[in-house]
Design a protein around this ligand. Structure first.
Ligand code: MG
Length: 159
């Protein structure tokens, strides 16, 4: 059995009156992501992690924000394409661990829905998908509520 680790990170600016989507789940919030796509920082970080494990280019190269076809696009489509590319090379997910840094609202009430949605995209049980929420302790962009950040590590295997 061969293993590859992949890492991804993303950040989106938050502004009042915009939609907040994380892990494919619409989260009621006073402010949401400024983005060309749906601004799902968590799925963007996971997409980059999968692409990284497969030795592919990053999400910005595959789905440039200069392409009008990517405007408002659901980020699950980006992740599905990354998973498809990895699978073409024989890579399947062993597990995923991700952290979302968001000052408010709390992610906890949405955690299981997010895990289930991501597991569906990978075609595995939610037991392989972990998502944690943290605040930014009131400092820096995320802590001041001006941004949402996501970090993801994925382990892929083929054998
Ligand atoms: Mg992004």
């Amino acid at each position: 059995m061969e293993y590859r680790v992949g890492h991804g990170w993303d950040r989106h600016r938050l502004e009042p009156g915009r939609a907040l989507v994380l892990g494919g789940v619409a989260i009621p919030s006073e402010s949401g992501a400024v983005a060309h796509s749906d601004g799902d920082a968590l799925l963007h970080a996971i997409t980059d992690a999968v692409l990284g494990a497969g030795g592919e280019e990053d999400i910005g190269r595959l789905f440039p924000d200069s392409d009008p076809g990517n405007a408002g696009r659901a980020s699950g489509e980006f992740l599905s394409e990354a998973i498809r590319r990895a699978a073409e090379k024989g890579w399947v997910i062993a597990n995923l661990d991700a952290t979302v840094v968001l000052e408010r609202p709390k992610l906890a009430p949405h955690r299981e829905a997010i895990r289930a949605g991501i597991a569906t995209l990978f075609g595995v049980s939610a037991e392989r998908i972990n998502v944690k929420g943290k605040t930014g302790e009131g400092v820096d962009a995320a802590g001041e509520g001006r941004a949402v950040e996501a970090h993801a590590v994925v382990l892929m295997s083929r054998g």
